[in-house]
Design a protein around this ligand. Structure first.
Ligand code: URA
Length: 233
């Protein structure tokens, strides 16, 4: 069993953290709706179908916010009334990259927001001898260097996998400031590790939790996201 409380007898609520994330971490507004959705998925009594349904709702909010942080260009159109409307258009292509396996849960939310979006995949696992996060597989859009990338992984814990994934993207020519890392729950340790290595990265998250436990689960967290989402617990 993973940690269920920070310390014996301690509790965490939606507003208790004194941690202030750096400016390139964008935390969704803690509306009552979002806190209620998070409460459902954090509850250990929540069954799989509710976990999937409510996680998907949060993912949709996150993807919408993530899309606010890609580049835009000014764009003027003529409305059916014959009047000019000076608005914005997305600059260049967008793509998603999911960190397998849990990140795959976020692909559908991205597809619902971006019609026909290309989605690459990266598999990183811990090397059994060195314990270092190691790239096992990647399949990315050919032209990824010219795209804005939404990197998808629901839990930012130690940041080891995401750090490696970003290294892979940068090696493929994606500028650091074209990457927006989207997750449901982050923690200060993971944020620090990623931003120390990649200071121009943007992180969009639904909440920043307190800390990691000795097994590197986020507290209060929600347990193993992939197991709960894919029903492999
Ligand atoms: N991955 C998870 O699924 N949960 C955590 O708490 C940390 C990493």
């Amino acid at each position: 069993m993973i940690g269920t409380s920070k310390e014996e007898g301690s509790a965490s609520d939606a507003k208790s953290s004194s941690y202030t994330p750096p400016p390139n971490v964008i935390v969704l507004p803690q509306t009552k709706e979002l806190v209620a959705l998070m409460t459902i998925i954090r509850d250990k009594e929540t069954g799989r179908s509710d976990f999937v349904f409510y996680s998907d709702r949060i993912i949709r909010l996150l993807v919408e916010e993530g899309l606010n942080h890609v580049a835009f260009v000014e764009k003027t159109v003529i409305t059916p009334t014959g009047v000019e409307y000076k608005g914005l258009g997305f600059q260049g292509g967008i793509c998603g990259v999911s960190i397998m396996r849990a990140g795959e849960s976020m692909e559908q939310g991205l597809r619902e927001c971006c019609k026909g979006v290309r989605i690459g995949k990266i598999l990183i696992q811990r090397d059994e001898e060195t314990a270092m996060p190691t790239l096992f597989y990647s399949k990315l859009p050919e032209d990824i260097a010219s795209r804005q990338v939404l990197l998808l992984d629901p839990m930012l814990a130690t940041g080891g996998s995401a750090h490696k994934a970003i290294e892979v993207l940068i090696e493929r020519g994606v500028p650091e400031d074209h990457i927006v890392f989207v997750n449901l729950v982050a923690c200060p340790e993971g944020i620090k590790y990623l931003l120390d290595g990649y200071p121009k990265l943007r992180i969009v998250t639904a909440c920043v939790d307190t800390c990691l436990n000795e097994k590197k689960y986020i507290l209060p967290g929600l347990g193993d996201f992939g197991d709960r989402y894919f029903g492999t617990a």
